[in-house]
Unconditional design. Structure first.
Length: 105
């Protein structure tokens, strides 16, 4: 009984952060704030949701797999977010340099 309640709280907490991240993607004005919202909320939402599933399931072989997925998400999500932000930054820098070249001709 208590396992179900605690697992449900974690899963609903994860769903809340997924919803907030989605609203951030839709409402924020530029790429950098959207990426920040998506990265923070997706990582925390996945952490809470998968932790809730581990609590529901109890500790066994499938819980170990879920823990490995959690570790993978913790490593890859910030890395992917950083690369997206860096690519947008470089795109904007290259666009400005191209504009400056056209003005000097």
């Amino acid at each position: 009984m208590i396992k179900t309640i605690v697992g449900g709280i974690f899963i609903f907490g994860g769903l809340f952060f997924f919803m907030v991240g989605t609203l951030g993607i839709l409402r924020f004005p530029d790429v950098f704030t959207r990426v920040h919202s998506a990265a923070k909320c997706d990582t925390l939402g996945a952490l809470l949701s998968l932790t809730g599933l581990i609590i529901f399931n109890g500790f066994n072989g499938s819980s170990l797999k879920l823990i490995l997925i959690l570790i993978f998400i913790w490593i890859t999500n910030p890395t992917a977010t950083h690369l997206i932000g860096k690519a947008e930054y470089l795109r904007r820098i290259n666009k400005r340099e191209g504009e400056n070249k056209d003005e000097n001709i």
